[in-house]
Design a binder for this molecule. Structure first.
Ligand SMILES: [Zn+2]
Ligand SMILES: [Zn+2]
Length: 170
């Protein structure tokens, strides 16, 4: 969904859309949606700035940090965004590269790409570390077995490599 600024009546408007997971998948190489993503929001033009605010709700699947099994979690995010329009947009040398990269995909000076906004907000809302359960035993670093579902006879050497040097001092 795209919102053209010139179509906004009185410089403002509302939007609402429900994306099916396949419309946005994969959100990135790590995150996939497992449920529709409902987004609602408002756009307001003021001078040479565009303000966007809204909310997105969905469910996402990532890999467990330890055992790599899929883990699903609800994702819910409120957002407020701000962009510069028109000649200001043309001439602005955006300070931070990351901010510039994100903004260019979302706003091209004439319209807003709501799909990109929703993807960005989902990625920001998904935790960077997820576990399938608190006590996930993870994968054996020796043989690769999932220690939640099987046992192996590898010798347990659970010493953190950062401490291994200290052990050798004894
Ligand atoms: Zn796990
Ligand atoms: Zn093993």
């Amino acid at each position: 969904m795209r919102i053209e600024l010139e179509n906004l009546e009185g410089g403002k408007g509302d939007f609402a859309h429900v994306y099916q997971p396949e419309e946005l998948n994969p959100v990135d190489e790590r995150v996939r949606l497992t449920a529709p993503a409902a987004v609602t929001g408002k756009v307001r033009l003021s001078g040479n700035e565009v303000f966007v605010s809204g909310h997105v709700d969905t469910r996402a699947q990532v890999e467990c940090d330890r055992c790599l099994q899929p883990v699903e979690a609800p994702v819910s995010a409120d957002f407020t965004l701000e962009y510069i329009t028109g000649s200001e947009y043309e001439s602005s040398e955006v300070a931070e590269l990351t901010e510039a990269e994100m903004s260019v995909a979302v706003f091209d000076g004439a319209g807003l790409d709501v799909d990109e906004i929703v993807k960005e907000q989902i990625l920001l809302a998904v935790p960077t570390r997820m576990l399938c359960r608190e006590d996930c035993k993870g994968i054996c670093p020796e043989c690769g077995i999932d220690r939640n579902t099987g046992e192996c006879s590898c010798v347990a050497d659970d010493i953190d490599p950062r401490w291994a040097a200290l052990k050798n001092l004894k």
